[in-house]
Ligand binder design. Sequence first.
Ligand code: RTP
Ligand code: MG
Length: 156
Amino acid sequence: ARRVGSKKEKTLAMIKPDAVPKMGSIMESITETGFTITRAKMVLLSRAEAMDFYSEHQAKSFFNDLINFMTSGPIVAMEVIGDNAVSGWRKLLGPTNCSVARSETPQSIRARFGTDGTKNAAHGSDSIASAARELEFFFPSSGGRGPKNTAQFTQC
Ligand code: RTP
Ligand code: MG
């Protein structure tokens, strides 16, 4: 039964390169919270794809560090569904900076699995509109688009 005031939503959860080795624990946290993972995809983003995904931050001082980090290894993109999933997944993530997360929300994903203010384990869409755009980015409704995954894994 759905609680009064709750709304079933879809969001984009992304495990960033630093936390891919911990993807099992992160997925478990998502499902233990009551959300459902309905799609998942591991992708090595190109620089152009990472810049497109984070285009809202292109003028920020941290943009180049962010793009270098996000293209340093594969990410895991997931469609997550549940009551108030957009804000609920952001709450589970914790504050952007992992040091802040460790002092304020020690059970959060970023406190448990992140490193610093850039390498912070995971991403969550910040609104219903962002979720729609970001889900379309990774799971396009019309085939033939989305990250091409053409870069090669250097460790193979
Ligand atoms: P996200 O979009 O990844 O879910 O994170 P967020 O909303 O909590 O934070 P946002 O302001 O959107 O920043 C996007 C990502 O850029 C990196 N960042 N680095 N060094 C810095 O000052 C800094 N600030 C942000 C982080 O990876 C952040 O998640
Ligand atoms: Mg953001």
